[in-house]
Design a binder for this molecule. Structure first.
Ligand SMILES: C[S@@+](CC[C@H](N)C(=O)[O-])C[C@H]1O[C@@H](n2cnc3c(N)ncnc32)[C@H](O)[C@@H]1O
Length: 279
């Protein structure tokens, strides 16, 4: 089994490559994921003047939106990837948000003292931490007593995403993630995130489902998105021979058939779980 440092190095490298796609598709991603970020911020209970930590802030959300809600407060985003943080800082600048900052960190411990934050949030970040429980414990440590942390993970449904990823990994020979390795669906099992949050020391744990719709103008646009966003798929697809490429594309198109509309658009729902707890 890989050590935490090795997992973090691999994640940093993967997110460096994916950052190009996150920048290119920013508008699309932020629209698609916005309902999840809004739910996190509604449930975490922000007040004017709060100091908020956004773990795995990536290209800035939900930290940037939190910054607009806390008025005289401020938000610190933390991420493993310099390239993702750069996107977040550019967005803060272009949106005129002055009370958001983002930092890169390298170890699994957060670089903050205990009991310093009024709220801790994370959207689709905890599943990429080397040790999810240890990360949630860090969130509890840096949070003030009686305040809340709120995280979002992908739920057990998401057939569209899962069927396409299954075809790609099988057809292109992409190695499957070992159990409990960083993966978008690592915390998706029913009850898992709630149980981890309780084990990390939170109480009054509540969990809600958020459904968001993603729409692509065509199957071609979906392919472009997929290859831009997933470095492993892009690399494996480039290396595949023409026959393998054609067959993989045919199978993905077939899987997407049930999500295709008459006008050629492809639309499917994604299901997130937003889970909160009180310290
Ligand atoms: C799916 S993106 C989510 C970004 C953002 N929170 C959002 O919802 O738009 C996952 C993020 O987790 C970050 N990440 C991966 N491993 C991490 C770690 N060990 N610590 C902090 N961030 C990490 C990646 O760099 C990436 O920015």
């Amino acid at each position: 089994m890989k050590g935490k440092a090795e997992i973090s190095d691999r994640e940093r490298e993967d997110w460096k490559l994916s950052a190009v796609g996150w920048k290119k598709w920013d508008h699309y991603l932020m629209q698609w994921l916005q309902p999840v970020g809004e739910k996190i911020l509604d449930l975490v209970g922000l007040r004017d003047g709060d100091i908020v930590l956004d773990v795995a802030t990536g290209s800035g959300e939900p930290g940037l939106s939190a910054a607009t809600r806390v008025g005289g407060g401020r938000v610190i985003g933390l991420d493993i990837s310099q390239e993702m943080v750069k996107i977040a800082l550019n967005k803060a600048r272009s949106q005129g948000i002055k009370n958001y900052e983002a930092r890169v960190y390298s170890s699994s411990a957060f670089p903050f003292d205990a009991d310093g934050f009024d709220a801790v949030v994370s959207r689709f970040g905890v599943m990429f931490l080397p040790d999810v429980l240890a990360g949630l414990r860090e969130m509890a440590r840096v949070l003030k007593p009686s305040r809340r942390a709120c995280v979002a993970v992908w739920g057990p449904q998401n057939e569209g995403m899962k069927s396409v990823m299954g075809i790609l990994t099988d057809e292109l020979g992409i190695p499957e993630s070992p159990p409990d390795a960083p993966d978008p669906f690592r915390c998706s099992e029913t009850g898992k995130i709630g149980s981890l949050i309780r084990q990390a020391g939170f109480h009054n744990v509540e969990e809600v489902e958020v459904i968001t719709l993603r729409t692509y103008s065509s199957v071609g646009q979906y392919w472009e998105y997929l290859l831009d966003m997933n470095a492993a798929v892009d690399e494996a697809f480039k290396k595949a021979d023409e026959k393998n490429k054609k067959e993989t594309k045919r199978m993905v198109d077939e899987a997407l058939g049930s999500f295709a509309k008459n006008d050629g658009q492809v639309a499917f729902e994604s299901v997130a779980r937003v889970c909160c707890g009180v310290k």
